[in-house]
Design a protein around this ligand. Structure first.
Ligand SMILES: [Fe+2]
Length: 300
């Protein structure tokens, strides 16, 4: 696996997402040749990183992962089938619509809908940020990361490592909240996905998506914009203990949270990385908002 490529979301209000998208600096593109109930969000030179489809309820449509070659693609498809997972290899028109040469669909052991693509189709249109931020640290590192609740993190960690080729970066256990989490990487981003198991949170739900910018001032500009546009913040600014990300959380129009951060570590696979188990998620900050908790987004 080389990167987290895209997320497809079913959302109740595209116009609220457009307002939110402008506040966080992404480019909102109403999709050409589609009913006006679809919108693409761009953060880099890729044609889209979020594909939003207006629907009667908010839900997670698909998580797109990119592999670097035909061999890597076949390897994932074969290992998933050996694991006992049903894999659908999509027809070429579907792959082209997704902007890939080839796409396969499957569900992970928690039921999260995944798409595996290779040979991305990249157009000439430059990314146009909608706010004067430095830009998003994406490109070959992918969109950012996802954090989701699942029924069994042991099983999911094994599947992501054995079938999809991820590596474990570390673990966090929050004893007071009864949450165990594993952080998994597929490139030098500390994690492209994290999974948590908890008796207090419904499994099979997306909790947050993270976007990373280059400069700390971007966080300030976007905090100002979100507050003046009356969007709810989930937490104050804080520093994560494991990926060292400086970030805050905002509530998206679909209820799940967006983590907006910068200054995270990068993990090089030269044997120097030591896997740790932390007993807290933060070195400071990330105070929860006034009674606000994320409305988890279902995928099960
Ligand atoms: Fe995060």
């Amino acid at each position: 696996m080389s990167q987290l490529a895209y997320v497809e979301l079913r959302v109740m209000s595209l116009s609220e997402w457009e307002r939110f998208g402008r506040a966080i600096g992404v480019q909102c593109v109403r999709r050409e040749a589609a009913p006006d109930s679809e919108m693409l969000l761009r953060i880099d030179e890729r044609d889209y990183r979020f594909w939003l489809k207006e629907d009667r309820a908010d839900s997670l449509g698909a998580v797109g992962w990119e592999v670097p070659s035909a061999e890597a693609y076949s390897g994932v498809v074969n290992r998933a089938r050996e694991w006992g997972v049903e894999v659908e290899e999509c027809d070429p028109s579907y792959a082209i619509e997704r902007r890939y040469g080839r796409v396969a669909r499957l569900r992970d052991p928690a039921g999260m809908p995944l798409e595996i693509g290779y040979a991305p189709i990249v157009g000439p249109a430059r990314f146009e940020r909608s706010r004067p931020i430095s830009g998003f640290k994406a490109d070959n590192l992918g969109l950012g990361h996802l954090f989701a609740y699942v029924p069994d993190i042991g099983e999911i960690e094994e599947f992501y490592k054995e079938v999809l080729g991820f590596r474990t970066s570390d673990y966090i256990t929050w004893p007071e909240a009864d949450i165990d989490a594993v952080f998994l990487r597929c490139n030098s981003r500390h994690h492209s996905v994290a999974f948590a198991e908890s008796s207090s949170a419904a499994p099979r739900h997306l909790e947050h998506v993270m976007l990373e910018t280059y400069e700390v001032d971007d966080l300030g500009l976007v905090l100002d914009a979100l507050q003046s546009e009356k969007f709810s913040l989930g937490t104050s600014l804080g520093r994560h203990i494991n990926d060292r990300m400086l970030s805050f959380y905002a509530s998206t129009p679909s209820g799940f949270w967006l983590e907006y951060g910068c200054d995270a570590v990068s993990v090089e696979d030269n044997g120097s990385w030591e896997i740790k188990r932390y007993s807290n998620g933060h070195t400071w900050g990330h105070a929860m908002g006034v009674g606000l908790t994320p409305r988890l987004l279902s995928f099960g």
